[in-house]
Design a protein around this ligand. Sequence first.
Ligand code: FAD
Length: 286
Amino acid sequence: MKLKDIYKNPKKPVLTFEVFPPKTQEGLDNLVKEIERLKKFKPEFISVTYGAGGSTQGRSLQLLERIAKEDKIAVMPHLTCIGSSPESIQKFLDIIKGWGVESILALRGDIPQNIPDYVPESDYFQHASDLVKFTKENSSLDIAVAGFPEIHPEAKDQAEDLKYLKLKVEKGASTVFTQLFFNNDKYFKYLELARKIGVNVPIIPGIWTLTSQLQLKKIFECGAKVPAELLAKFEDPKYSDEDKRNIGVESAIAQVKALVKYGVPGIHLYTLNKAEYVSRVIKNAL
Ligand code: FAD
């Protein structure tokens, strides 16, 4: 089903998951088991991340094919464009088309920092809006894009960031998935400002269940803020690792409950390739 149909007046919030391609066969074998556990929640689709500069393309494709063909769950591939040539993007679009994929998450991505000899294939794509335009012109895929309730780290301010969100929608995006956030008020404000400038497509909240202090670095890099009370608990040695996992799960449950009460059309859960914590969130909040 197309994204625009999935999010058109759903009876209850549409549940979707994000996974990433593991680096090893062992990681893949584990993920297969975790997906088996996630399957019982009947997600509408699972999205699969894509490494900066195409660095995980092979592994992303392998995982997408496996979920689509063997788990028989619909997939939404993420696709980044910075540094890629139109030819390699077209090749990716053609491959996934062969598997009946109906939508992608079109992203700019970031120049990879951890590949010292990285050489971009091309400078054809500069922004996600270029990829939206290209995908619209060269495929029949439905297109989602990223949105940042706490402002993209490179943006001058929220008004500028929203202007470019609007451009992505004007070029053909039908749905927005947000960067993780922990304070629902940031999402509500973002929604209000987006509507005010005429962005009227569904904006689906992306929810991260914080389960370890080690995750904080990655979260801060994304530009997301962790509420002071939650952060203090994760930094307090008084709490064991298990206490922290429980605190993070309880926080995500409260967050999702409030979003559902507000009437969001969907909840996109960042699983970090583990079923346990998001399962607890779903059972208690949805
Ligand atoms: P853009 O929309 O291009 O925006 C990037 C910056 O440029 C923003 O500051 C924006 O305001 C500005 N901008 C946009 N258009 C213009 C313009 N025309 N002129 C000037 N400035 C402009 N990364 C991965 O590598 N792989 C993934 O799988 C992945 N999945 C993600 C999933 C979600 C839901 C989210 C929210 C992010 C994901 N990311 C992923 C991270 C993303 O690639 C980075 O945040 C990246 O820095 C920006 O990508 P974008 O698509 O938002 O870019």
